[in-house]
Design a protein around this ligand. Structure first.
Ligand SMILES: [Zn+2]
Length: 254
């Protein structure tokens, strides 16, 4: 969790140095819901164009904006998030009394609580059908070995009319590439050179299993059987700039 990682004096220092470099703009952050300064604290907009108040990244602000737009009463809904760990997860949890979350832990029985957190395998959830109004996943779908099963499971646990709102790197100009799979013994087989993203649990890194390309939209529709919209805007007043900011807003209609 990146909240307040800079401290007050650190924020003043960051603001001053980035202001001198012209890497600051004023705007409204949809994660912490406050007026703020957005700073480019690195070279890559997607990861480094941060809200000085809450440390959020553009894709997290895009997710909150999508929730506010498509489900304006989300604070009153039954929400479950898989693998939370960002400032957006923190603010959703803080503002929704019916929010729960889970993580996948190796060697822990799904449904059990491990160090205060429920263990769930996204490909085989232990929740009953039609349990949640909203299911959230942020940067998870590129790490799942069987995303077809995960999408079907999320649909199963959603109520009719419910939403799966998620982010994942989606390059609609290129083909989908499967980077890794499991063999019959459950061992990882690398089909491409291994690539990892940060992970809030476990050993801190998560293997990328798929680079999603242009057929991903059809893939999501096929296995989730939901109505799918992709939402993305660029607006520096909202701290939205950079690549791969698409939010998938899927609705279970029947
Ligand atoms: Zn913020």
């Amino acid at each position: 969790m990146k909240l307040n990682r800079w401290g007050y004096s650190g924020k003043i220092y960051l603001l001053a140095t980035h202001f001198l470099k012209g890497k600051v703009n004023i705007g409204r952050c949809s994660v912490c819901d406050r007026n703020t300064f957005f700073i480019l604290n690195g070279n890559y907009d997607r990861d480094n164009y941060e809200c000085l108040r809450c440390g959020s990244m553009p894709r997290q602000r895009m997710l909150m904006l999508s929730l506010n737009k498509f489900i304006p009463n989300w604070k009153t809904k039954v929400i479950h998030e898989t693998s939370p760990g960002s400032s957006s997860s923190y603010y959703i949890a803080k503002n929704c009394s019916l929010y729960t979350s889970s993580q996948y832990f190796l060697n822990v029985q799904p449904g059990d609580i491990y160090h205060g957190t429920r263990c769930e395998n996204l490909e085989k959830l232990t929740f009953g059908k039609q349990t949640f109004d909203i299911f959230i996943s942020q940067e998870v779908m590129e790490h799942v070995f069987h995303p077809d099963l995960a999408l079907a499971e999320i649909t199963r646990v959603l109520k009719i009319g419910g939403y799966h709102v998620f982010t994942t790197p989606y390059r609609n100009w290129t083909k989908t590439v499967q980077r890794a799979k499991l063999d019959l013994k459950g061992e990882v087989v690398h089909l491409e050179s291994p690539e990892y993203h940060g992970n809030p649990v476990g050993n801190g890194k998560s293997l990328v299993t798929f680079d999603w390309g242009y057929n991903f939209l059809e893939y999501v529709k096929k296995y989730s059987k939901m109505d799918v919209q992709i939402y993305s805007i660029i607006d520096e007043n909202l701290g939205l700039r950079g690549e791969l900011l698409e939010v998938f807003v899927c609705r279970k209609l029947k």
